[in-house]
Ligand binder design. Sequence first.
Ligand SMILES: Cc1cc2nc3c(=O)[nH]c(=O)nc-3n(C[C@H](O)[C@H](O)[C@H](O)COP(=O)(O)O)c2cc1C
Length: 335
Amino acid sequence: MHHFQQSEKPAWGGKVADLLGTRLPVILGPMRLITLGKMAAAVSNAGGFGQIAASGLEADNLRQELKIARELTNRPVGVNIPVYRPNAFEAIEIAIEMGVKTITTSAGNPAKIMDLARSGGLTVIHKVSSVKLAQKAQDAGVDAVIAMGYEAGGHVGRENITTFCLIPQIADAVSIPVIAAGGIADARGVVAAMALGASGVEMGTRFVACKECPVPSFFKDGVQAAQCDGTLLLGKEAMPIRVLANSLAMAVSGMQKGDGAASKGEGQAAVDQAMTQHGDAAYVMQGGNKDSAVMPCGQIAGLVSGEPAAAQIIAQIEEQVAVVCRALGSFFNCA
Ligand SMILES: Cc1cc2nc3c(=O)[nH]c(=O)nc-3n(C[C@H](O)[C@H](O)[C@H](O)COP(=O)(O)O)c2cc1C
């Protein structure tokens, strides 16, 4: 159990908050070259779990961002490590060396890193997109899974399963805690995820348009202007990624559909190769503009408006959760 200052409101914490050492089981979705020390600290200071995305950071940059976070908060801050990237082991060693208690892993088999993580006493939470991958992660010994649906921003599973279907099936199939990701941006989403069997949530798209988020303003504007059909899935066969539908995404998507000279198969192969090799180069944090940048974004963007501080987003969710629960209690006559 973790103890918090008296002035803080009691929370709906539960087992995920206990695992993370936070007041609330609300996780900042790691975002490559976006969720760095400052943003992670802002979310942790608000009672959530901030994390630094290790993807795309050299060893010294990762150390530096962890130092920045440490200077801004004494609350837990995590590191997200895509397991398939060549620097995964080095990033875990840095997390251990810098006193991190919890890492989240994604994109790869967590079994590869468990020995190293455990040698440093790390809690490991792995991101999955199917029941089978959740069971595999549990067998590898992870402490919890983040179940991420197809509506999420960024890389999604190849299985195309929505959060609504994924959460209850994974919750039934594993005994470790399940954290829901994909399509959650307000208290309704949080309560729904908990009703489906999750005991925590992770949000990415909502936090892209928050005050502390260091993305170019055209990206924040794009997320706020997007409707629920404002995203596209690219790189469907290799590593699918959901992005804002700008000119670049639409051109690539056209290739996917096999428009032009290439046959469908050739078009798909070309897209997959382009996304894998050049996706990082065109990524929004490497430059570009609203038409030319790859901007990962989820379908819930249609619900995102304004640019509140991270703490306001979390405070509003906390306040509204009570309202939603009261309304449900009265609707179902079980208050
Ligand atoms: C711009 C952006 C970059 C992302 N980069 C990563 C990443 O580096 N590693 C990762 O595990 N997930 C990444 N994600 C996924 C988020 O961590 C989170 O799971 C997802 O955004 C949740 O779905 P939502 O967008 O509907 O809230 C990214 C998402 C976005 C929007």
